[in-house]
Design a protein around this ligand. Structure first.
Ligand SMILES: [Zn+2]
Length: 520
């Protein structure tokens, strides 16, 4: 499994993801998608939309505003309940999720350094002396607010066991034991709409896109004439004032959700819930995530939100361990009933068979666009050795890759080759994300495309355009990223061949066209 630093570094080097406001020192846990990153993330969202909306008769889309009437958050329960307990450090002021502190503390830098020192020869010989030395060296840097580091006169290593096993709370950043009692923090980002703060409307940047769907339930029902079961899908930004964001784009305060609210007749909800769990699990595999890196996790009863009947997470084996990729919850009729109650407007469905009104139950598959993109990226990352050199290759599904086809001239000083390659790239660009690149030798150009996941390269060479000795063959070399095998294809057939490669893969075309030995 690749580590996160390798992914972060690749993302920056190749223009997938940059730190936000980097020239000002960066803004914590905010990330910007670069030229390749925006294409890649757009592909994730496009495939999701295509599969859950366009290809289904029972789904429609929505794009609701990020700011909503403040009462929405009263009705949804977010204004009163949407909080994780946090604890703050009395010395350096950092905040931590109270339920995450212990884990952070036992694995923090000072704890690691202390454990290493205590198992070393100096500590075996004279523990007190070793601790005092540590306090004056590593301790000053890693845990300046630890009492016996601050005040070397006191007993060195006081209460050490509890600090190291996390039973005595201490700050992972500075070693201070002055941690506040856990308090709830509301995770919504408050904002004021209107030019004058005192008279403006206080509301929130939505913490989930779901509520925009619930409040539009009747609008969509009346305008689309859908019958139960049907669903509404939405992609959009959401905001949570996370106490401990981190792990690159995995947990950020601003993020993009891909949510479905699927409305069903009460009594059919359990069956539909299971269908959506299966459908969404299969979706990740369809676009290249390895089965063994995915698992389902059933929420325990005490973990469920008070309105949820059942919730199952799809988890992915990220570099930092198994973590949530998507949650699929049976939210019952809670949300529609709450909004009916607070708005005074009935949110019901008339069941023609039963001749009665029902409040639908709702199944909510809620995925993150950023998390999905990160999982696809991590899963696609491979390093291998080719002819004694390291090759980094992103084995992205062709439809996810930011560039589908790269057109490369074998010789950039040959005007005929360049002209044919440029015109071919222009043609391909009409239908796929295609690039032309002549800024390096061919071997290097291939490696660059491998590293960003470009599934197919098309090379124009001397044979294509001909020279004094031989007439042009009007064929180009098409190379496949993963196998590095190549075929020779007439230029006139390139568009149908690329279409076939994008939808059905390499095998069919490779069987029909002659293999071309040579460059990897
Ligand atoms: Zn601290």
């Amino acid at each position: 499994m690749v580590d996160l630093e390798t992914i972060v570094s690749l993302c920056k080097r190749r223009g997938f993801v940059f730190q936000s406001s980097e020239i000002y020192g960066g803004l914590g846990s905010a990330w910007d998608y670069g030229p390749l990153g925006v294409e890649f993330k757009n592909n994730v969202k496009r495939l999701w939309w295509r599969d859950v909306v366009r290809r289904r008769d029972d789904m429609v889309g929505l794009d609701a505003a990020i700011t909503m009437h403040p009462t929405v958050w009263k009705a949804s329960g977010h204004a009163d309940h949407f909080a994780d307990p946090f604890t703050g450090c009395g010395d350096c002021g950092r905040h931590y999720r109270a339920d995450h502190l212990k884990e952070a503390q036992v694995s923090c830098k000072w704890a690691q350094a202390l454990r290493k020192m205590l198992s070393g020869p100096a500590a075996q010989k004279d523990r007190q002396k070793a601790l005092r030395n540590w306090a004056q060296s590593d301790g000053k840097k890693l845990a300046p607010a630890m009492p016996w580091v601050k005040d070397p006169a006191g007993p060195a290593g006081d209460g050490l066991e509890g600090l190291l096993d996390g039973t005595v709370p201490a700050c992972p950043a500075c070693g201070s034991p002055r941690m506040s009692e856990p308090r709830p923090a509301n995770l919504m980002l408050k904002t004021v709409l209107g030019p004058v703060e005192a008279t403006g409307t206080v509301t929130y940047l939505r913490p989930e896109t779901a509520q925009g769907i619930f409040v539009n339930f009747d609008n969509v029902l009346q305008s689309s004439r859908k019958k139960l079961p049907f669903g509404i899908a939405q992609i959009g930004k959401a905001f949570r004032n996370e106490i401990t964001p981190g792990n690159f784009t995995f947990r950020t305060r601003e993020f993009e959700q891909m949510e479905i609210e699927y409305f069903v007749k009460p009594g059919t909800d359990e069956e539909w819930h299971q269908k959506w769990i299966d459908e969404r699990f299969a979706w990740y595999i369809r676009y290249g995530i390895r089965r063994e890196n995915l698992r389902l996790r059933e929420h325990a009863k005490d973990e469920l939100a008070h309105y949820a009947k059942r919730c199952v997470d799809i988890e992915y084996l990220f570099p930092m361990g198994w973590s949530e990729l998507e949650g699929i919850a049976n939210r019952t009729d809670y949300d529609l009933k709450q909004h009916s109650k607070f708005s005074g407007k009935a949110l019901e469905y008339f069941d023609e068979e039963a001749r009665q009104k029902v409040v639908p139950y709702v199944i909510e598959p809620s995925a993150g666009a950023d998390r999905s993109a990160l999982a696809f990226l991590v899963d696609a990352y491979h390093e291998e050795e080719v002819r004694g050199e390291k090759r980094v290759v992103l084995r992205l599904h062709p439809e996810l890759a930011p560039v589908a086809v790269a057109v490369l001239p074998l010789l950039k000083k040959n005007d005929k080759i360049v002209a044919v390659a440029r015109s071919l790239a222009a043609r391909l660009r009409e239908r796929w994300p295609a690039v032309y690149d002549d800024t390096a030798a061919i071997g290097k150009l291939y490696r660059r495309q491998d590293e960003v996941g470009t599934p197919f390269c098309v090379t124009v060479d001397v044979q294509t355009v001909g020279d004094e000795e031989s007439p042009p063959d009007n064929k180009v070399t098409v190379r496949e990223r993963d196998s590095m095998s190549q075929i020779r294809v007439p230029i006139d057939e390139i568009e149908p061949v690329v279409a076939e490669l994008m939808s059905s893969g390499w095998a069919g075309a490779a069987a029909r066209y002659p293999a071309q030995p040579g460059a990897a």
